[in-house]
Design a protein around this ligand. Structure first.
Ligand code: HEM
Length: 220
């Protein structure tokens, strides 16, 4: 029964190579051995360590998003009224953004719920009783679930200008992939990171919502 649960979890985590790819072991290896990796197959830079991920996601000089319009902290009715660079959004743009908001909101939160159930069933069944006996612990549980078992594993950014910021030569236009799910396991930031522990004091420093100029609207 237990091995069936593990298999299913691995399959839902990653669509590729479900049978022999173990994300957590891979993150561990990358964090220790190849924290900045150029991958020729996808023509991308991949960064894994906490501070590098932070830099890539938040440093405007290093990277820029491909997106030209950002929507943060808006309700649907605001989209109709909004003026961006002197223009209102077209009907098509409003429909597209609404679909995006619904997708972004539904997929993320349903995955968080599913991961949380999985963790209570498999990672630490006793935690369920602990939460039941002290409801005030639930926010700590949510932060730890976002750090430890969240499915948005990475975000990409495009390099704005040639630079050596991360100690390698990146060219303007290169794509950098910031692996937040690996950086959330960086032992320089989180003690014993591969263990589920809602009482770790800095769990809320996870990078699951990304950061910087563009960040998750659901985090607001
Ligand atoms: C567990 C919950 C959620 C997580 C972990 C999450 C995570 C993320 C991440 C990592 C990004 C990309 C940020 C970046 O590129 O730097 C993002 C963007 C975004 N998220 Fe979420 N999200 C969550 C919930 C939601 C919800 C509930 C909504 C809306 C109802 C939402 C709407 C958006 C939007 C609109 C963007 C794009 C922001 C922009 O481009 O300016 N998210 N989210």
């Amino acid at each position: 029964m237990q091995s069936e649960i593990i298999q299913r979890a691995e399959i839902t985590c990653f669509k590729t190579k479900p049978k022999n790819f173990f994300p957590l072991s891979w993150y561990k290896k990358m964090l220790e051995e190849e924290p900045i990796l150029y991958h020729a197959g996808t023509d991308t830079w991949n960064v894994f360590r906490y501070n590098d991920v932070k830099r890539v996601l938040s440093d405007y000089e290093l990277s820029s998003s491909k997106r030209t319009r950002t929507i943060t902290n808006v309700g649907f009715s605001d989209l109709i009224q909004a003026v961006f660079e002197g223009e209102k959004f077209t009907d098509e743009e409003i429909v597209r953004m609404t679909m995006f908001l619904l997708g972004a909101g539904i997929e993320t939160t349903s995955h968080l719920l599913a991961s949380s159930f999985y963790s209570l069933l498999y990672d630490d069944p006793e935690l369920y009783q602990e939460l039941r006996s002290n409801i005030n612990l639930v926010p700590l549980f949510v932060e730890e679930m976002l750090r430890y078992r969240f499915h948005i594993s990475k975000m990409d950014r495009t390099v704005k200008e040639d630079n050596h910021v991360l100690g390698v030569h990146m060219k303007k236009g290169d794509v950098v992939i910031a692996w937040m799910s690996a950086s959330n396991m960086d032992k320089n930031v989180f003690e014993d990171p591969f263990t589920l522990n809602i009482h770790r004091e800095n769990n809320n420093r996870h990078q699951t919502f990304a950061m910087g100029r563009i960040s998750a609207s659901g985090h607001l």
